[in-house]
Design a protein around this ligand. Structure first.
Ligand SMILES: [Zn+2]
Ligand SMILES: [Zn+2]
Length: 385
């Protein structure tokens, strides 16, 4: 079965929804208009229950047909603080805010599946439609879980999808195991002692100390981590000083740490502060460290990924695969996958600008493909083969 015919019939309307959401982008936890639109459309489709305000601005729809199992389908709704460079008719009308990650498209693909599933109900069980806020760094998935998402809707499995620029239009890729990395972030403030630039002996130079800290942190990857396991340590900010002839008081460093494996994350969180503190102490400086544990790794369940790949093959034929390498970006669908078995798929956006680029736009040709994929995931999980 390729794209579901009934879904193709309302492709035009899906494009209208998508472009309307695109031109009214909203930042994390401010997705009020988007959430209202989602709730209104779900009501029009005849979705049985609509719950608003879960985890802030999250929306959950329930389509019920009998008492079988429960499957979750998830889309994200938030936009980014980016000024859109596109001049198209549906370009952002919200100054400095843009759907540069395609969440407008993800939301629309799930709306398309909702419409089809509410109309046809060829399944036995419950489809839980999860429209989450704040994927872009503000853990909307976690907020929904903490707001009782899975107590109210105890899904047996959950599926999500993200578009991928630079991958052929409509390719579906879903494989088992790690798909995206965990992302921790850190800030370090090194307090030294300022002095005249010509009298370094009177200073505790935070720039020299900071440089040593940056060098030493690289040894987390090169000399501490199991070489068979992936780890990224990037110091991305180093700010200090204001004049040629002044050794400053302090320096600030910031950066990000990426990994897939829990034991790698555990050892970094132990070793990182020790390296920073001991180096600073050797230089006579003092370090304040703010280490923030971020999104966990996105790990697909083996069986769920296999099932999703079979379903992807139905829809996309030989354009379905499990060959894409895991990525070092992060994704808060990971929180759902910590609670429930499921899988996260990538759908090729074709030859577009990259994600988070001001010239990016979601490819509307994907809408019926993604909606069909999600619909079939639900139908097959809930007993229709
Ligand atoms: Zn993004
Ligand atoms: Zn995204």
């Amino acid at each position: 079965m390729p794209i579901i015919n009934r879904i193709s019939e309302f492709h035009k309307q899906m494009i209208e929804w998508r472009q309307d959401i695109h031109s009214h982008p909203e930042l994390a936890y401010q997705e009020k208009r988007t959430a209202k639109k989602v709730a209104k459309l779900l009501k029009e489709f005849g979705v049985d229950e609509i719950h608003e305000g879960i985890g802030g601005t999250g929306v959950v729809g329930v389509i019920r047909n009998g008492k079988g199992p429960m499957v979750g389908l998830r889309a994200d709704m938030d936009a980014l603080p980016i000024t859109e460079a596109n001049k198209c008719d549906h370009a952002s009308t919200h100054e400095g805010v843009m759907h540069a990650c395609g969440h407008d498209g993800h939301t629309t693909m799930l709306l398309g599946a909702a419409r089809y599933l509410a109309e046809t109900r060829n399944f036995n069980g419950q489809v839980i439609l999860i429209f989450q806020p704040a994927e872009e760094g503000f853990a909307g998935a976690k907020a929904m879980i903490e707001d009782g998402l899975f107590e109210k809707f105890p899904v047996d499995s959950i599926y999500g999808m993200h578009n991928m620029p630079g991958v052929a239009e409509g390719n579906l890729d879903v494989g088992p195991g790690p798909r995206m990395a965990a992302a921790d972030n850190f800030e370090i403030k090194i307090n030294g002692k300022g002095a005249h630039g010509a009298m370094p002996n009177e200073s505790v130079d935070p720039i020299v100390c900071g440089s040593a800290v940056i060098q030493a942190l690289q040894s987390l990857v090169s000399r501490n981590s199991d070489p068979k396991k992936t780890l990224v340590v990037s110091v991305t900010q180093f700010n200090s000083g204001h004049a040629n002839n002044v050794i400053p008081d302090f320096a600030s460093l910031a950066g990000t740490i990426r990994y897939f494996d829990k034991t790698t994350g555990d050892f970094v969180r132990k070793k990182f502060p020790k390296i920073v503190k001991d180096i600073c102490e050797a230089f006579g400086a003092k370090a304040d460290i703010d280490y923030k544990i971020g999104y966990p790794p996105t790990i697909n369940d083996t069986n769920a990924a296999k099932f999703a790949l079979e379903t992807a093959k139905e829809i996309a034929g030989n354009k379905a695969s499990d060959s894409q390498e895991p990525m070092m970006g992060s994704e808060d669908f990971s929180y759902f996958l910590q609670e429930k078995p499921g899988a996260y798929a990538w759908i090729g956006n074709g030859n577009s600008a990259s994600l988070h680029n001001p010239s990016y736009d979601f490819n509307d040709e994907l809408l019926p493909i993604g909606a069909s994929f999600l619909s079939r995931i639900a139908e097959k999980t809930l007993g229709k083969n």
